[in-house]
Design a binder for this molecule. Structure first.
Ligand SMILES: Cc1ncc(COP(=O)(O)O)c(C=O)c1O
Length: 387
């Protein structure tokens, strides 16, 4: 049996120890409510929140006043999509087929509320062509939501090109950057977007916290809040702020900046390429799903023809990876992302995702690659026998 190796960083990442260390005092000593204005417990908590806000803003090239803390990227996406469309009151929304459900589902809610929706498919490599988005725009289009990097095949989308086309037409752009922040450099001004979602647990921070970045200035981005209450986060996301989680997100962002400067991503990409090399040597007819050129450095998504991915996962059980996407892996539906890319059902069933990260070692890659490669041979032989 191989040892337990975690290769599912797109589902979630292990917390960086520096993140946990920074959070602990905010549970035990500095437990104040950041909304308490009348004593030092509140002031300390507020100062920590504002420091974290500045760190989040610095990581994505924004202004701290543009950061709204949320419970994660799901909430940030809902606030962006439904908040912007409802504030507009009517109008047309454009999303891509390969968005996370946290964009697709609110988009469908908008449609049920009587709004207009266009869903633009990707090409066979998983990329959504900016021309297709531009063609979908109408005079009443309010918002385009296009993810920066896909959570299954790791495809990096041409968000900057799309934003440039949309700006000419006065259309706002939101990008779900949950899989991108910490994996590729992300700068909101270079991208030219108006809203961006991120999530701490995808970048070595805690689960249950994220942020929506909302551009200040003109043209104004108006958002109707989804929940109502104590007025926190300028009324856009009321509720007592989870100070320890926010501190954790801030330190996770700080660590991302340091890691980018240290060349962490090159190491991750090198290990990913080595893993592919090992798997290809074991299974020469391996097929890579999605663009290799426009791809997150930590993502590998492959099909081993004739090898059922679920059976393969069982055969190397201590190694954690994912068939389909983790967020939909509770259902046995074939991945809608792979289907939209035109993969046949049998190829999709033979496909799986490997996600590497900060804590993946060379040994992890060698051992996991060898174990998966050997198990693939056994699973294939067995299914031939059954046939
Ligand atoms: C691209 C993308 N968007 C949104 C989410 C949801 O993020 P969270 O778990 O922070 O709500 C995920 C997580 O799977 C994701 O991969």
């Amino acid at each position: 049996m191989p040892r337990a190796i975690y290769l599912d960083d797109h589902a979630t990442t292990r917390c960086d120890p520096a993140v946990v260390d920074a959070m602990v005092p905010y549970f035990l000593e500095h437990f104040g409510n950041a909304g308490s204005r009348t004593h030092s417990h509140g002031h300390t908590a507020r100062a920590a929140v504002e420091l974290a806000r500045a760190r989040v803003a610095a990581t994505i090239g924004g202004d701290p006043r543009e950061v709204v803390f949320t419970s994660g990227a799901t909430e940030a996406n809902n606030l962006a999509v439904l908040g912007v469309m409802r504030a507009a009151g009517r109008g047309h929304l454009v999303v891509s087929t390969v968005e996370h459900k946290a964009v697709l589902d609110p988009a469908r809610v908008w449609e049920r509320e009587g709004g207009l929706l266009t869903v633009v498919p990707p090409d066979a490599s998983g990329r959504v062509c900016p021309d297709r988005i531009a063609e979908a725009l109408r005079p009443d289009t309010v918002l385009v939501s296009m993810m920066l990097a896909n959570n299954e095949v790791g495809t990096i989308q041409p968000v900057a090109e799309v934003a440039a086309r949309c700006r000419e037409r006065g259309v706002l752009v939101h990008t779900d950057a949950a899989q991108a922040v910490g994996k590729i450099p992300v700068d909101v001004r270079t991208l030219g977007v108006d809203l961006l979602s991120l999530s701490a647990h995808k970048m070595y921070g805690p689960k249950g916290v994220g942020a929506l970045w909302v551009r200040r200035g003109r043209p104004r981005v108006s958002i109707a809040p989804l929940t109502h209450g104590g007025g926190q986060e300028r009324g856009l996301r009321p509720g007592t702020l989870p100070v320890p989680l926010i501190v954790g997100l801030g330190v996770a962002c700080q660590r991302v900046d340091a890691a980018l400067a240290d060349g962490e991503l090159m190491g991750v990409a090198r290990r990913r390429d080595r893993l592919l090399e090992i798997l290809r040597a074991a299974v020469p007819d391996l097929q890579v799903n999605g663009s290799m050129e426009h791809r997150l450095p930590n993502n590998l998504h492959v099909a081993l023809p004739g090898v059922d991915a679920a059976a393969l996962m069982m055969a190397v059980r201590p190694i954690a990876f994912s068939a389909g996407s983790a967020c939909t892996s509770e259902s046995l539906e074939p991945s809608y992302v792979l289907a939209a890319m035109g993969l046949a059902r049998d190829v999709a069933a033979a496909s799986f995702r490997l996600g590497l990260g900060r804590f993946t070692t060379d040994d992890d890659v060698e051992e996991a690659g060898a174990a998966i490669g050997a198990a693939a041979g056994r699973v294939r032989a067995l299914s031939r026998l059954i046939e």
